[in-house]
Each structure stands twice: as structure tokens, then as C-alpha cells.
Design a protein around this ligand. Sequence first.
Ligand SMILES: *[C@@H]1O[C@H](CO)[C@@H](O)[C@H](O)[C@H]1NC(C)=O
Ligand SMILES: *[C@@H]1O[C@H](CO)[C@@H](O)[C@H](O)[C@H]1NC(C)=O
Ligand SMILES: *[C@@H]1O[C@H](CO)[C@@H](O)[C@H](O)[C@H]1NC(C)=O
Ligand SMILES: *[C@@H]1O[C@H](CO)[C@@H](O)[C@H](O)[C@H]1NC(C)=O
Length: 448
Amino acid sequence: MASSTSLLFPVFTFFSFLFLASSSKDNTPATITIPLTSTFTNKPSTEPLLFLQHLAISSLSRAHQLKYGKASPLTQISLFPHSYGGHSIPLSFGTPPQKLSFLVDTGSEVVWAPCTTHYTCTNCSFSPKKAPIFNPKLSSSYKILECRNPKCSVGCPRCNGKSKNCSHACPQYSLQYGTGSASGFFLLENLNFARKTIHKFLVGCTTSAAHQPTSDAYAGFGRTMFSLPMQMGVKKFAYCLNSHDYDDTRNSSQLILDYSDGQTKGLSYAPFLKNPHDYPGYYYLGVKDIRIGNKLLRIPSKYLAPGSDGRGGLMIDSGFAYGYMTRPVFKIVTNELKKQMSRYRRSLELEILSGLTPCYNFTGHKSIKIPDLIYQFRGGANMVVPGKNYFEFPEISFACFPFVTDAGTNTLEFTPGPSIILGNNQHVDYYVEFDLKNERLGFRQQTC
Ligand SMILES: *[C@@H]1O[C@H](CO)[C@@H](O)[C@H](O)[C@H]1NC(C)=O
Ligand SMILES: *[C@@H]1O[C@H](CO)[C@@H](O)[C@H](O)[C@H]1NC(C)=O
Ligand SMILES: *[C@@H]1O[C@H](CO)[C@@H](O)[C@H](O)[C@H]1NC(C)=O
Ligand SMILES: *[C@@H]1O[C@H](CO)[C@@H](O)[C@H](O)[C@H]1NC(C)=O
């Protein structure tokens, strides 16, 4: 753990392995409840600016990855390959069960773990030697995915029908993330919960990785068939995220995997939209309007719903700390914000240091009022993001607007991919339900 990044961010602990038992706390066999742990286990108080800067860089890199779907120049220049500020769950694979911590990631589509004693991780922000790994050799239930299995979606060039070659292993996978990559081979393995075992679960055995921000394994929760909820066949999953400002008087939050259908009490719903062809795994929401306080913003509709060419739209992503807005939208939003915040002092110095804009220095102000950011979804539901959620560190005399945008000079360019990404710090203290069966997002404000 003696990496330079851990020296830069001494208060940021990315080993959050509270290997809590998977448990099903309520008596409804239709649900599985798993403790959800923030990858922040300490309040980043000594170097909050570096912390902001780090999150800005990794969020920008993540945004680029989500939008362009492949390694970007930003990936390589990422200076602080730390966690995105995610949340993790313990999962047990194999017989006997081996328990590892998995990052919950609604923006990716595969479940994988660092795997085999040969596991290597290049330029990772933790010691790969100390990374918890899954060792298939210690499990009696794993099978290597074969070419003949329809789950071998990459296909094998020499396997046609029932030829002998079809018993070969499915070719290696290679995955790109905002700040990293992972490659390995697929296994079919038992995924164990206290009162349920999922057999032949497709899990990636990652043998080599690079630039991983955390030693956690990944649990893709995306909208395609190999994500965790899709393979399990649950009808919905839900979580309630604790504040990033870790507060240990709070109960740890939980992830709920739910096999039952129907309406959850007290939730407002917003429909998921049909995905554009190039982005099958994301959760797009239909937005009608965005407001800052009472002010309705004039955002051209092409940015608010994905077009068939894959441009535009708003996605929700649990694996993303900050928000992202494409530059034209970012300008409209920040122009209005600056108007409403004009009584406070802008700090260009903070903006340069954090990589975010606008930033304010509140020194000398007794009470600070930051307007709500309100997403009005199709179907009528509003998500109100209080200033304290979308602004970082309002309690410590300065704050920055935690949204990243495209760096390009052509500010009117309509870039591919989502135009707006709702990151997880915007849905802190919301109960959020991804209703897969009815293709909608349910939410309500509550203390998590
Ligand atoms: C790892 O980092 C070193 C030094 O920063 C660099 O030279 C090398 O190319 C990096 N390796 C990979 C695989 O990115
Ligand atoms: C099986 O693979 C070998 C090469 O690995 C190839 O020569 C052969 O034609 C393949 N057989 C079939 C039936 O595709
Ligand atoms: C923690 O959970 C218990 C039982 O569910 C509840 O009574 C209590 O209010 C919770 N505490 C906080 C701080 O939310
Ligand atoms: C905010 O302004 C005060 C007074 O001008 C100054 O002392 C302080 O260093 C500033 N804070 C930051 C984080 O720039």
C-alpha cells in the first residue's frame, strides 16, 4: 500500500474490506439484502482540494470512457488512479465459498474478480500482491466457459456446431474502464447467498489488469444479459447511498436484490428509455427539464434524450462520483448557478487547484444558501438534488460545482454518448430502485 497515491491521499482508504456476511435480513425469501460499503471510510479533511482534484480527474476519465467506450488519451494521463468514489458489496463465489468485495457499477456489464495466483496489476493504486484474489483451484464447482456455450458471446472462429474445437475455452476477454483495463477468461461458478445459490454464474477470472483504482472486484449492474442482476433474474435492485462524508453514527447502507414485482411504497418513478445501439448497457432516463432553484433552464431537447445515433440523453451511474454535462449543457447550467450564487466570492485559485468550476470561498458568510438542482423526468417525477449533495464540502468554507465537462475547444460540438451523467453523489440520501421488469427508476428522499 506504499504507493505514491496513498501518500497524496492519506485519509482516503480504498481497502474497505469489511467482509460482512451475505445475509437476508428480512423474512421475505424473494429478496436478498447485502451490506453496501462506501469506498470512502474516512472524511477527506486534510487535503480536500487534492481530493476534489482527484475525483475531478477520475470522473472526467470515466465520463470519457462511458461516452467513447474505449481507452482514451485521458485514461493515460490520469494522475490519480483512485476509486471513483464508489460503493462495494461482499459476494461469495465457489465451493467452499471465497468472499471478495465488489464495486457496484451500474455503468458496466460484466462481473469479474482478480483471479488465480498469477494475477498481476500494472500501475495500480494498491499492491497487487496484497489484493484479495479468487482462486479457482480452491473451488470444486468452477468450469471454464467453453466455446460451445452460448454465453461465449465473443465466439470462437474454429467452432462450428458440435466440432471438437467447441470444447476449447472461450477466448479471453478484455475490458476497458475509465482509468483501467482488465483481461482474463470466463468461468461458470456458483454465486452463493445465505439462502440461495446461483449455479453457472458467468464470472470473469481476471489474470491481468492495469491502472485499477481499487483492489475491489467489479460487479457490473448494467442493462445487458451478463450483469449481476440480469444473470440472477431479479426483477429489481435498490440501494440507498450513505453520504461520502463518512459519518459512523449512520447505519451501513444496503443493496437489495428483489425477485418480487410490483410497486414499492412511496417511490416516484421515471421510465428508462430505449438504449441507442452503441450503448446497450446504460440506464437512460427521460428528462423533460432541468431547473436550478425556481429557474427553468433552456436546454435544447437533443441533449435530454438519446438519439438513434447514440448522442444525447441522461444516464444514471452508481460508479461515478461526480456528474458530467457536455459543454453546451454545462454552460447553461453554470451560467444560471453563477447568477444565483453571485453574492459569494468566486475563487479562481480553487478552480485551478480542483479542476472544477465554479468554486466559491464562503469565508465571512454565516449562512450559505445553495439552490437545489432539479431534474424533472418524463412522467412527472422530480428528483431534487439539494445543494449540499451536488456541491462538495459546503461545510468547510469553500465549495465547487462537482460536475466535469468536455475539455474540447469546440464548445458547440455534439459529442457521442450521454450528454448528462447523474453520478452517485447526486443520489446520496435517496432510496433508488432500478425496476428492470417495468423498465423504470423509482426513488424517494430518505436518510440512508
Ligand atoms: C506504468 O507507469 C510507468 C511510469 O509511470 C510507465 O512508464 C509505464 O508505461 C506504465 N505501464 C503501463 C502498462 O501503463
Ligand atoms: C479445429 O481447429 C483446427 C486448428 O486449431 C483446425 O485446423 C480444424 O479445421 C478445426 N476443426 C473444425 C471442425 O473446425
Ligand atoms: C438505524 O436503523 C435502525 C433500525 O432500522 C433505525 O431505528 C435507526 O433510526 C437507524 N439510525 C439512523 C441514524 O438512521
Ligand atoms: C478564502 O478566503 C479567505 C479570506 O480572503 C482566505 O484567507 C482563505 O485562504 C480562502 N480559502 C481558500 C480555500 O482559498
